[in-house]
Design a protein around this ligand. Structure first.
Ligand code: PMP
Length: 515
């Protein structure tokens, strides 16, 4: 260990750690734990590089405000760098990214400007550009900035090469957001000519790279629309709704050897497994990258060496699906432990459910936000016959059927209600891999929007009857008619459950007032 002149000098030189339990026997999977960076993510490397490049070229003047569109880690890293160097920072961020990220940014002195979730990644980018133009802020442009690539070639790749100085590295596995890590490390490894294969992971329901379809761009090369194969997914920081310039270059330069699809549930499970079985506390994209690395490991011979990037810390995901089911209160086993000795117990075990009144704007918010606004079926649209009969039979054969999107948070809230009531339900996830072939999910959505006259998802049917969306379901839960309908249909439910539906809604809906 050295003495460091300032916090920025501690960035990089992250450890490679061998997995002891999660990798198949005989295959060596090493994870590069970027959570060791001072602000807990791989983006610390880039933030320092971008700002120092802009300082050296004169693009950034002393005291000038810096602005960037970021899902969080870049912003948090920039906030540290700007705090240390004395630049004001404005971050634009879609409102559906985790709350802890906003708070961290503000704690570090940055200003956070939220943009509507429905506008996705392109919306937050456009806002950052607008602010830069209007106020003369310095815009970092992480998706195009070569400093983002160079720093990974100069540091991350060299660290890996040095760690394998006397051993062969067969595979390096990473996801992509900006593509900086991907392009920079892959370029460094290819230049070193070690024979390392580059494997890129992407969400299986959002195959923008593996689709082979080019990103729509303006004349000046900037993405001007969502990629047609983009679907919402839960790997924050991964695969935005467009293929960035840096990622596209990595493809065109032939740096990518394989693309590995990753299933969201396995990604979540592996993030949890890393914590519980290896003691490595990291975020969702880390579990997702490991999912791809383990797929490679399973088909590789004994003695194969694989390096898997783990981009950030798990602490950034307390309010997300990663922590779904992790309770604040004592569970049964914990109460048993508590009661196994006489002292220091609560007279009434457990806390009553806190009944937060729902924020008044929640219903309006959902109407505005429901993710899918694109495709209201027109009367003259030709509906797919197979999709029509599929919808018919799903509604008829399942006492409770919901048409959903796999990672839509409102759909998640609805599933949580059904699970809490312990009732069987069929979730037809229209953007999941199961419904991707021949655009089956899209066809079903057209049938639904034509039939119901609304384009939004989720749509719920109980006993063949259309209930409406998530808020409609919550309303009939609260007025008792949902439970009455279940009784009438002979569906048993857990009568002991007292649920406050607003507790099931995405957390980012609530703090809006204080955001
Ligand atoms: N995982 C997380 C959690 C991230 O924040 C990012 C950065 N957006 C990435 C992965 C991808 O890194 P890169 O931008 O270098 O492609």
């Amino acid at each position: 260990m050295a003495r460091f002149e300032n916090i920025l000098d501690t960035i990089g030189d992250t450890p490679l750690v061998k997995l002891q339990k999660l990798a198949p026997a005989g295959v060596n999977v090493y994870v590069k734990v970027e959570a060791f960076n001072p602000m807990g993510s791989v983006k610390d490397r880039m933030a320092k590089a971008l700002i120092e490049k802009a300082e050296s070229t004169g693009a950034l003047k002393p005291g000038q405000t810096v602005v960037e569109a970021t899902s969080g880690n870049t912003g948090i890293a920039l906030a540290m760098v700007c705090a240390q160097k004395g630049y004001p920072l404005v971050v634009t961020m879609a409102e559906n990214f985790s709350i802890e990220r906003r708070k961290l940014l503000r704690f570090l002195g940055a200003k956070v400007v939220l943009t509507p979730a429905a506008e996705k990644g392109t919306g937050m980018l456009a806002k950052a550009e607008e602010l830069a133009r209007a106020h003369g802020y310095y815009l970092c442009r992480q998706f195009e900035n070569e400093a983002n690539t160079d720093i990974h070639t100069q540091t991350t790749a060299q660290e890996i090469i040095a760690d394998f100085a006397d051993d062969q590295l067969h595979y390096w596995v990473s996801g992509f957001g900006t593509g900086g890590t991907l392009k920079g490390v892959a370029r460094g490894l290819k230049a070193a000519d070690l024979g390392t294969k580059i494997v890129v992971a992407e969400p299986d329901n959002s195959p923008i790279l593996s689709s082979g379809i080019e990103q729509p761009r303006d004349d000046d090369g900037m993405p001007n629309a969502s990629h047609p194969h983009f679907r919402p997914h839960l790997m924050q920081g991964w695969s935005p709704d467009f293929i960035s310039h840096l990622t596209e270059e990595a493809m065109k330069e032939g740096l990518i050897d394989e693309i590995e699809p990753v299933d969201g549930n396995t990604a979540l499970q592996l993030s949890r497994d890393l914590a519980r079985k290896e003691g490595i506390f990291v975020g969702i994209s880390s579990g997702a990258t490991l999912c791809a690395a383990l797929a490679v490991a399973k088909r590789s011979p004994q003695g194969t060496n694989i390096v898997c990037m783990l981009p950030d810390t798990g602490e950034r995901y307390l309010s997300t699906l990663l922590f779904d089911g992790i309770s604040e209160d004592m569970g049964l086993e914990e109460l048993e432990i508590s009661q196994s000795t006489p002292g220091f117990q609560f007279s009434i075990p457990g806390d009553p459910v806190v009944n937060n009144a729902p924020a008044t704007s929640v219903a309006e918010k959902i109407d505005e936000e429901k993710p899918v606004k694109e495709s209201i079926a027109k009367d003259n649209v030709a509906l797919d016959k197979t999709a029509e009969s599929l919808v018919e039979s799903l509604i008829k054969t399942n006492p409770i059927a919901m048409f959903a999107l796999e990672w839509c948070e409102f759909c998640w809230s609805v599933r949580k209600l059904f699970k809490a009531l312990n009732v069987p339900f069929e979730s037809v996830d229209l953007d999941s891999v199961a419904y991707q072939e021949n655009n089956r999910g899209g066809e079903i959505r057209q049938v639904l929007s034509h039939r119901l006259g609304v384009p939004t998802i989720p749509q719920i049917f109980i006993g063949g009857r259309h209930i409406g969306g998530g808020m409609d379901l919550f309303d009939i839960y609260e007025d008792g008619s949902l439970l009455a309908a279940l009784t009438e249909l002979g569906i048993d439910y857990d009568q002991s459950m007292k649920i406050n539906p607003s507790d099931l809604l995405p957390q980012w809906l609530h703090p809006r007032k204080s955001a």
